[in-house]
Design a protein around this ligand. Structure first.
Ligand code: ZN
Length: 305
């Protein structure tokens, strides 16, 4: 039983949902982010946020996966000031919706003054709404960007135990943990972190405050990153309790502070009924037979092997 606490499902197919469910993913968190193509209207951004709390949540449920999201203005689009100002006005309304477990993913991309401005504004919003924060750390100049992200969180008065610093690597993890934050790791082919490297990190650091995610999106990525890492870790002799912490329990603990994600959501789930419609739309095509079933009893499946 796994949680993937960072998955951009709007860019993924129904095959991915089926594969994730079959691999044991019971819940996932979809952070608001950029979508490849820069948005030029506030309205397109608002509709994207609506899809995270609406259609995508419904779509995941049609495959027996509980869907949560984080709401935020990403660092890249923070550099379009007109767009950013408009989006900021909408964020409080979305952040209070059902299933929103954090403000995120926010932080730095190129570490510009505008990124800094909207990062700080959103940290203030998270504090005001008593929501956890998911921080995206930059791919370029990562070490400095990660330290600076934590500096800013502290300057804004955030409690590190409410903040997940994501996309860590071997260079950043020590400082992230020492300063009291949760350390997310995105298992991303060839760029961020492979899962064999992740297993070595678990061997060295154990499971406290470490979180594994797939960060699957529209680029080359693997929606089974969490499940494959769990299996590789167990096969490599990592303690089952540590594996459970980093692929399930830790994400539930930190994002659970929102009051919007509970284990009972998937231990006692609603039925899968693919006859259900969302705003008149179905995931079915043509004469396809709808799947109608009570999901497998995940509660019996606590052991990860
Ligand atoms: Zn992401």
């Amino acid at each position: 039983m796994y949680i993937d606490p960072h998955a951009h499902m709007v860019s993924r197919t129904t095959d991915d949902y089926e594969a994730m469910a079959a691999a044991g993913v019971v819940a996932l968190i979809e952070p608001a982010f950029w979508v490849g193509q820069p948005r030029t209207f506030v309205g397109t951004y608002v509709d994207y946020l609506s899809s995270l709390v609406g259609w995508e949540r419904f779509r995941a449920g049609q495959f027996g996966i509980r869907h949560y999201c984080t709401i935020g203005l990403n660092s890249k689009e923070a550099n379009n000031e007109a767009l950013a100002e408009g989006v900021m006005e909408w964020l409080p309304r979305f952040a209070m919706k059902e299933g929103v477990v954090a403000i995120g993913e926010i932080g730095y991309d190129e570490q510009t003054p505008l990124e800094e401005k909207y990062f700080r504004a959103q940290l203030a919003l998270a504090k005001e709404l008593a929501l956890p924060v998911m921080v995206h750390t930059p791919h370029r100049d990562k070490k400095r960007g990660t330290s600076r992200s934590m500096d800013v969180c502290e300057e804004m008065g955030l409690d590190p135990s409410w903040v997940v610093i994501d996309h860590n690597n071997e260079e950043t993890v020590r400082e992230t943990l020492d300063r009291g934050y949760w350390a997310g790791f995105s298992i991303y082919p060839s760029t961020k972190m492979g899962n064999a490297r992740m297993v070595e990190l678990l061997r060295h650091y154990g499971g406290d405050r470490i979180i594994v995610d797939s960060a699957c999106d529209w680029g080359i990525s693997d929606c089974l990153g969490v499940a494959k890492t769990a299996r590789l870790a167990l096969a490599s002799g990592i303690d089952a309790q540590v594996v459970r912490q980093v692929t399930y329990a830790n994400a539930l603990c930190v994002y659970g502070k929102s009051g919007q994600i509970h284990e009972s959501d998937w231990l006692d789930p609603p039925e899968i009924d693919q006859r259900t419609l969302y705003e008149g739309n179905s995931i079915l095509r043509g004469g396809r037979e709808p799947r109608i079933e009570h999901p497998r009893q995940a509660a019996d499946d606590l052991l990860i092997d």
